[in-house]
Design a protein around this ligand. Sequence first.
Ligand code: GLY
Length: 567
Amino acid sequence: MNIIEKHFMRYFLLLFWVGLVFSCKTSEEPKIGLITENAMVVSAHPLASEVGKQIMEEGGNAVDAAIAVHMALAVVYPEAGNIGGGGFFVIRNQDGSTHSLDFRERGPLLAHRDMYLDEDGEVIDRKSIKGHLAAGVPGAVDGMARAHERFGSLPWKQLIQPAIDLAERGFVLSEAEAAKFNRAKENFNQYSTVNPSQFTGKEWEENDTLVQSQLAETLKLIRDQGRDGFYKGQTAKYIVEEMERGEGIISYEDLEKYESTWRAPLEGTYKNFKLITMGPPSSGGIIILQMLGILEDREISRNGEAYAEYLHLKTEMERRIYADRATYMADADYYPVPVQELLDRNYLSQRFQTFNPEKATPSDEIAAGKILSMSEETTHFSIVDPEGNAVACTTTLNGGMGSSVVVDGAGFILNNEMDDFSIKPGHPNMFGVLGGEANQIEPGKRMLSSMTPTILEKDGQLFMVVGTPGGSTIPTSVFQAIVNVVEFGMGMQQAVNEPRFHSQWQPELIFYEKEGMDQGIKSAMENKGHSFSERGGIGRVDGILVLPDGRLEGGADPRGMDEAFGF
Ligand code: GLY
């Protein structure tokens, strides 16, 4: 087995694991989601959605609610919700102004290009995926503080308190959550320097209560001191001591210097819709705008054989665009990402000249396009407040439970986001995507992301808020949710329930969800030369749709515990 095959094998094992977490149970699910008059939160955990609703009932706006939901998810959904990771906010205020906040992790100052290679230049197994060296400098707390400084309306303390209460009093585990914590124990034991007994201390069962006292104390420091409660003082000391014990490299200076960044959101149009999404260091916004750019002049249908034609078209787009991702996309502060060139309609039509409606194009015949000048455990939530302000937030530790390092004393899990860098050209990351020089490791640089928090306007009015976890499958899941609503006329819940498909240049396969593939469609596509691989659920899309009468419909993904709350 060569190195690429070996890593794709790991990727398949990861998909199997993810499948256990993201079960696919779309067929029996309700087709219409929660409908409310005024406000809504849809997130990966009912307790976090409830916190967001409560904040808005207390007069908070969408950004207030987003901060409170983000902090609550760090407690009740610690495999991806976080204070030890990072993410992106895309915001559209009711006056139509748009913003994006990048609180993505950064490479530590001691990071360097070859830090995961041995003396022969070979990748050291798992070094970028588990343990202290896998962690980037966390951005989440700085991001929340910065969002509050600019748009918050309620006192900061009021937004952090619900998370403290959940950590201190604990919350009751479902059967699936108990199983998830039991599965995570082995890695926690192996990679944390001090046994995190709050997670590992017992065999979890349904209805047990998970209390996180250390995390509650850290959240109190954040409540009382803002960003300094994390990046300075006691919490910084805990992080640096953890690094010293585990031979990691995050330093006081890294923490002190971390800054999240307001960026102009990436915007583009599709028919009479405007998309407001995340640009670099995410690849996600570019990918969905490229896909929609190719789709715009084509007729597609959800029915019969025409659906196979659409899936063929979608796969062929994905192959070409993920080849572009591997070559051109990275942190634009460190590499000149040719965003406008990649989105240029002439470029896209040239890129698609080799498309054959009858036949799959082998991935090894596809390279990145010629430009004339020159990322599965994450979580997403969508919020609309009573004024019509909207926030789409995707936030992550990268893999499930991140690096599996729990910072002793501080009680939170550190990300393993360093694996989203290209650790060696041509070496696939844990999601099987390839990368090159553009996304190589550099101190202070942000690793390339696939997270795609997105807001749509229709005819100038707020229309949809959407996003999902899912590593490299994120952009294609967001694309499908949008197409399901905009082209196939579905409501939000139905669009979320629909079976999903994903492909990404390499591996040269179409992934489909268990029980999510019609045999006739599959055969029609096999006849065109496509190969398939079954897996567990793809993504967990949480969206909100503004209905024609102004009410809101939530789409909470039935693949998880996701739930919509509103009023
Ligand atoms: N860690 C997943 C992503 O940012 O794409």
